[in-house]
Design a protein around this ligand. Structure first.
Ligand code: AMP
Ligand code: MG
Length: 412
């Protein structure tokens, strides 16, 4: 047996990072930025009003109060999107809207709520506005470059792009961004017993649950998931399927056929297709002990075990970090969350790390982990009921109230 860490570091060492590509920002959500982006423009591009109100000269309205307001002559109106055509002279104001450029002469904005029309009842162009509050130069003015200045790095390399990053890129006029592409990953089930099309089960047959689950795990990760169907337990069929898959995928995931059974053909085929680089391991974990991994014509192939929970756990522990590495993510391993066990999580001492399906329950004292049901490696219902996997080091397990580490599953 090899340790989890040994298997993970071997795999991470064997996969390369995909070649960056340029994509429209509309297609970049969730991808990792490959090249730091430096702003060539200021944001905002010009000083502008942060409020609907009046652009004034602060010196004109010194000492203004609600009881003794200062009258100013309104010389223009300025909506957002229009350039000022007249300056604000002494004793004057311009009615201004949020986002409109600061007119020459003005150095402050008075909010419309602190003004009222003069005796003429007209606080628009040609009328008089009464300013009921003193202003200080700079009040409610957004400076040019107050958000971003030319030369600022707005998105560092290695950052996973979230909606606000795309907004910032748009704000500096970037329509495209250089990212690590989505990995194209094929999923192939293997097993004579599998039925994948919903038809009636003949004696001895079971439904293919791994393929839709693995395809969904890939989509959740942001990969482009390719359904390669299922292959019979026949070395030629499996070799053809994997051979065709590596020609059009960045990585390939198979399920089944990596144990010590008589019909476990995947490990045999991988050994042939990836001579030298193929490993068939017994990893010191439960579930998901057997794993085959090899690089076929430059493409990593993950031979995950067939038991559905083993397949999922193996994907989580081996395929997911590798795919994150390939797509430029700096952090590829999930950070466990520490919480208390809400009930005993017992296990036997067997030299392995156990990954126990748990629900995370909220309590007034914080979240606690409780078993979500059967821990057999074929029992997918308890996996579906789980929020995460409690990581139990070798030993007798833990008592209620003990602190456990939990890998909370799902997209982060
Ligand atoms: P194997 O790793 O091929 O020996 O399979 C181990 C167990 O997982 C067997 O009980 C298989 O029937 C089951 N199994 C294999 N592939 C799948 C699949 N795609 N969906 C559901 N169960 C599977
Ligand atoms: Mg099988």
């Amino acid at each position: 047996m090899i340790t989890l860490t040994e298997a993970q570091s071997h795999i991470l060492g064997a996969v390369g990072v995909l070649e960056p590509v340029v994509v429209p920002i509309g297609d970049a959500l969730g991808l990792v930025n490959a090249v730091a982006v430096t702003a060539a423009e200021s944001v905002p591009p010009f000083a502008n009003s942060a409020m609907d109100g009046y652009a004034v000269r602060a010196a004109d309205v010194e000492g203004a109060t609600d009881g003794s307001p200062v009258p100013l002559r309104v010389v223009a109106e300025l909506p957002a999107g229009r350039a000022p055509t007249v300056p604000v002279g002494r004793g004057e104001a311009i009615r201004i809207m949020t986002g409109a450029p600061m007119p020459d002469g003005a150095d402050a904005i008075v909010m419309v709520e602190q003004t009222r029309p003069g005796d003429d009842g007209n606080a628009l162009t040609g009328g008089t506005v009464l300013i009921g509050n003193a202003a200080v130069a700079g009040d409610h003015v957004r400076a040019a470059g107050g958000d971003v200045r030319p030369g600022d790095v707005v998105v560092e390399a290695g950052v996973r792009l979230r909606p606000a990053h795309l907004g910032v890129l748009a704000s500096v006029g970037r329509a495209e961004v250089t990212v690590f592409p989505r990995a194209r990953v094929g999923v192939l089930s293997t097993g004579d017993e599998l039925v994948g099309d919903g038809s009636a089960l003949a004696p001895g047959q079971i439904r293919d649950s791994n393929r839709p689950m693995l395809l969904a795990l890939l989509r959740e990760l942001g990969a482009e998931a390719l359904d390669l169907g299922s292959a019979r337990d026949d070395e030629t069929v499996i070799a053809d399927a994997i051979g065709a898959a590596v020609d059009r995928c960045d990585a390939v995931i198979t399920s089944g056929g990596v144990s010590v059974g008589d019909y476990d053909a995947v490990k045999v085929v991988l050994n042939r297709l990836a001579p030298g680089s193929m490993h068939w391991w017994q990893v010191a974990i439960k579930p998901a002990k057997p794993l085959a991994f090899g690089v076929v014509r430059g493409v990593p192939v993950f031979g995950l075990p067939g038991n559905p929970v083993s397949s999922l756990v193996s994907f989580e522990l081996f395929a997911r970090p590798a795919l994150l590495r390939m797509t430029g993510h700096p952090d590829v391993l999930r950070s466990p969350v520490r919480m208390r066990a809400g009930a005993a999580l017992s296990r036997r001492t067997d030299g392995k790390i156990h990954f126990v399906r748990v629900r995370v329950e909220r309590t007034p004292d914080g979240p606690v982990a409780v078993s979500s049901g059967s821990q057999f490696s074929n029992a997918l219902a308890s996996m579906a009921a789980a929020d995460g996997l409690a990581v139990l080091p070798d030993g007798p397990g833990c008592e209620p109230g003990d602190v456990v580490k939990v890998l909370v599953l799902g997209s982060e």
